[in-house]
Design a protein around this ligand. Structure first.
Ligand code: GRF
Length: 209
């Protein structure tokens, strides 16, 4: 059984998290289960949803630690207890601490609501991303599932899917049109990883079906 841990943030709705949990249960992500959802606030909507779905949750709040290293140690300790084969960021908005990236080489995925390397980086999250897409005049946008490295949104790209930008789109309508595509793209990416069909070769990720 592949053990998946999901990291969310205080504000996460948890829709990607829920899609992953349900895809594991339905066998769309084969031989896999979500063993833990870890967030920064006990009352985060995503953590509440995870508990409703019967998944064990943990809280590691960066604000409760005197420095970044101690937060990293605590998060690493909670992750190690869950013994994940794969870690999925689903709305986790901080830079993932280096010791965690190093402890799980090419075993951490993130989803970003734009076609990286466009519209990524620190501070680019939520509606800000879609607003920037609209301001750029781009006619297509999309989502990216990538491996996590030590910087924001820069790791090797595993999958991308596009959606058209329509003339009357707002950041909200674009986000809403993209969200179900995000769920499907993330599920597909995780399936490929757990089935051992993914090779990271430098910046490029090869899928061997
Ligand atoms: C998604 O748009 C994802 O691309 C980004 O954060 C958002 C999380 O949404 N990384 P949800 O909590 O999964 O609904």
């Amino acid at each position: 059984m592949n053990r998946i841990a999901i990291l969310v943030s205080g504000a996460s709705r948890g829709s990607n998290m829920q899609a992953i949990i349900e895809a594991c249960r339905a066998g769309r992500i084969p031989d896999s289960e979500v063993v833990a959802v870890i967030g920064s606030r006990d009352d985060a909507p995503a953590l509440q949803k995870a508990r409703t779905l019967g998944i064990s949750t943990a809280v590691v709040n960066p604000k409760e630690f005197p420095d970044a290293d101690m937060y990293a140690d605590a998060l690493l300790w909670v992750l190690q207890k869950a013994q994940p084969d794969l870690i999925c960021l689903a709305g986790y908005m901080r830079l993932l601490p280096k010791p965690i990236v190093q402890a799980y080489p090419w075993r951490i995925l993130n989803i970003h609501p734009a076609l990286l390397p466009l519209f990524g980086g620190r501070g680019m999250y939520g509606l800000k991303v879609h607003q920037a897409v609209l301001e750029s005049g781009l006619k297509v946008t999309g989502c990216t599932v990538h491996f996590v490295d030590e910087n924001y949104d820069t790791g090797p790209i595993l999958l991308q899917r596009c959606v058209p930008v329509q003339d009357d789109d707002t950041a909200e309508t674009l986000a809403a049109r993209l969200l179900p595509i995000e769920h499907e793209t993330y599920i597909e990416a995780i399936r490929l990883v757990v089935q051992g069909k993914v090779r990271v070769e430098g910046r490029r990720v090869r899928v061997v079906e």
